[in-house]
Design a protein around this ligand. Structure first.
Ligand code: ADP
Ligand code: MG
Length: 529
């Protein structure tokens, strides 16, 4: 029997009509901040503040049961289970969606194909990648290894290009936070490898649509469509077909980490590949590939132990040094890079997504080199936060860098210090930033591997966070990710689309934001005009 949610129904009346007024328009001028803040303050009223424990628990039960029923789950991995791989629990989630301004959200969707094109253009310019990352790579061994693979495989790529066999597949996620002082979405980073949670996020939209149907104050029509469950498998299948090994029983290899806890998000892609395209997926670690995959040096075709050729290597691993414990894993990466399969990503795409490249593109005229139409570059620059190189060479030649470093030392709370790492938990704050100037004064060459970034200041919200079947109420910040899919065969772009979204919500006191890393929960956007 449907549960009564009258308490929520009453609090909905607290939503003043005025806050639904248009805050939009996409002008670069500062937004109507008062309205932005009030939206968030008012959402507090629609979620936890006034509900009372007796009102929340039935909704939490509803959400958890719905999640378990519909596959919005992560692996439990407890030793007590006979087969831990099959024990699951609902994904960490927010009970209700978070309010976002519709026009800003739409703009973030609209620019995603431009970000896809930007990645493709940057990755195609290998001299640019090598030049931009050279100094960072001297002090960051992982970036150095990726650059070495890029370098070693360059002639093979040229041959593939000439033979018309280069199929490129991008599955990206551009992450943003709504910056309260400017009213803009500012880009946190652009992920070009293992952009995760796409499928669980589509289920999160469905869960919140269901919750909105139960909570009279929420309008399900305000939850935007989230087509990741279709778009991600479709993009992989388009690339697989373009590679042309499907008639010979070609498969998709999903490159995974051993003991992945988020395997169910990945399994949704596998299910989509089979149900929508009759494409088989084989899950392999880089170690497995090193041990059993064979590369035909003449054709570039990789075959697995059972003889199946590989159409696509789709990486959900390979973005952290931990994924390469021995030389065998690096050999596997190079074998993949030399193959005629589509790689998501290529090493060049992965390098195009590094923080150093993100920072460099923000410099004067650099983005414009890759997106010559000033309307395109102008749109993307609307999303760029302040980013500065920490290469000591730039400190002496660029007055902007010197000024930013001085300001960061004086106001460390306004900045984030980032190394060339992915996967969460690596950024530095506060004290580490204060030590910057001394480090740079002392030569500080190793800082070439770091960038300095303006700290984005999102408005805080109040959320009910549900983990392990238990809820807590917290002051929170949210981060929006927009997925993009891109497929190119030679010069022909076969696909370039905005492909859905993800919202992750974390407690305000946490600096980091990963769901898999345990900092955040899945959420979804609730659009207001
Ligand atoms: P990673 O590649 O490890 O995911 P990110 O750049 O996404 O690195 O940073 C991790 C988290 O740190 C983000 O999800 C976000 O919560 C927080 N963060 C990163 N950059 C900023 C920033 N400029 N301002 C505020 N928070 C940030
Ligand atoms: Mg991130």
């Amino acid at each position: 029997m449907p549960k009564q949610c009258t308490v929520l129904g009453q609090t909905a009346q607290l939503l003043p009509i005025k806050i639904r007024q248009r805050i939009a328009g996409i002008s670069p001028r500062p937004r109507n901040i008062v309205n932005d803040c009030r939206i968030y303050t008012c959402l507090k009223a629609t979620t936890g503040m006034d509900l009372g424990k007796e009102g929340i628990m039935p909704l939490v039960e509803d959400a958890v049961v719905w999640s378990n029923q519909h596959g919005l789950v992560v692996a439990l991995k407890g030793d007590e289970f006979v087969n831990p791989d099959f024990a699951v629990i609902h994904a960490p989630l927010s009970l209700t969606p978070v309010v976002y301004p519709r026009a800003r959200f739409k703009l973030a969707q609209q620019v995603m194909p431009l970000f896809n094109r930007l990645v493709d253009a940057v990755a195609a310019d290998e001299d640019y990648l090598e030049g931009t990352l050279r100094h960072a790579a001297q002090y960051d061994g992982f970036t150095g290894r990726l650059l070495a693979v890029l370098h070693a495989t360059r002639s093979t790529r040229d041959e593939m290009r000439v033979a018309g066999r280069n199929v490129v597949l991008g599955i990206h996620r551009s992450d943003y936070m709504l910056d309260q002082p400017s009213g803009k979405f500012l880009q946190v980073e652009l992920n070009t490898i293992a952009s995760s949670f796409g499928c669980l996020s589509a289920l999160m939209t469905r869960l919140h649509t269901y919750m909105a149907s139960r909570i009279t104050s929420l309008d399900p029509a305000r939850l935007p469509a989230n087509p990741t469950l279709e778009h991600i498998p479709d993009a992989i299948a388009t690339a697989a077909t373009a590679v042309g090994l499907r008639e010979q029983g070609g498969v998709v290899v999903m490159v995974v980490q051993p003991g992945e806890r988020n395997a169910y998000d990945q399994q949704w892609i596998q299910l989509g590949l089979w149900e929508r395209h009759r494409l088989r997926t084989v899950r392999m670690t880089l170690g497995d590939i090193a041990a059993s995959a064979k590369l035909d040096e003449t054709t570039g075709t990789v075959t697995l132990a059972n003889g199946a050729p590989v159409c696509v290597f789709y990486f959900r691993a390979g973005y952290t040094p931990v994924d390469y414990p021995t030389e065998a894993e690096w050999a596997a990466r190079e074998l993949i890079e030399r193959s005629n399969a589509a790689k998501c990503p290529t090493v060049a795409y992965q390098l195009a997504g590094t923080k150093k490249v993100q920072q460099d593109l923000a410099g004067p005229g650099v983005l414009e080199r890759f997106l010559p139409d000033s309307r395109d570059s102008g749109l993307l620059r609307e999303f760029f936060a302040g980013l500065w190189s920490l290469d000591p060479r730039d400190l002496t030649t660029d007055p902007g860098v010197a000024a930013a470093v001085a300001d960061a030392v004086a106001r460390p709370e306004a900045y984030v210090l980032k190394p060339q790492r992915e996967g969460g938990g690596n950024n530095l704050y506060g004290r580490s930033i204060v030590e910057l100037r001394a480090a740079l004064a002392a030569g500080g060459e190793q800082l070439s591997a770091y960038i300095l970034m303006q700290r984005i200041l999102p408005p805080s919200n109040r959320s009910i966070l549900v983990r392990n079947g238990q809820w807590s109420e917290a002051e929170t910040l949210s981060e929006l990710g927009i997925y993009g899919t891109f497929v190119r065969h030679g010069d022909a772009v076969l696909r370039n689309q905005q492909s859905g979204h993800l919202v992750r919500t974390k407690t305000s006191s946490s600096n980091e934001g990963g769901v898999a890393a345990g900092f955040a929960v899945l959420d979804s956007p609730y659009l207001v005009d």
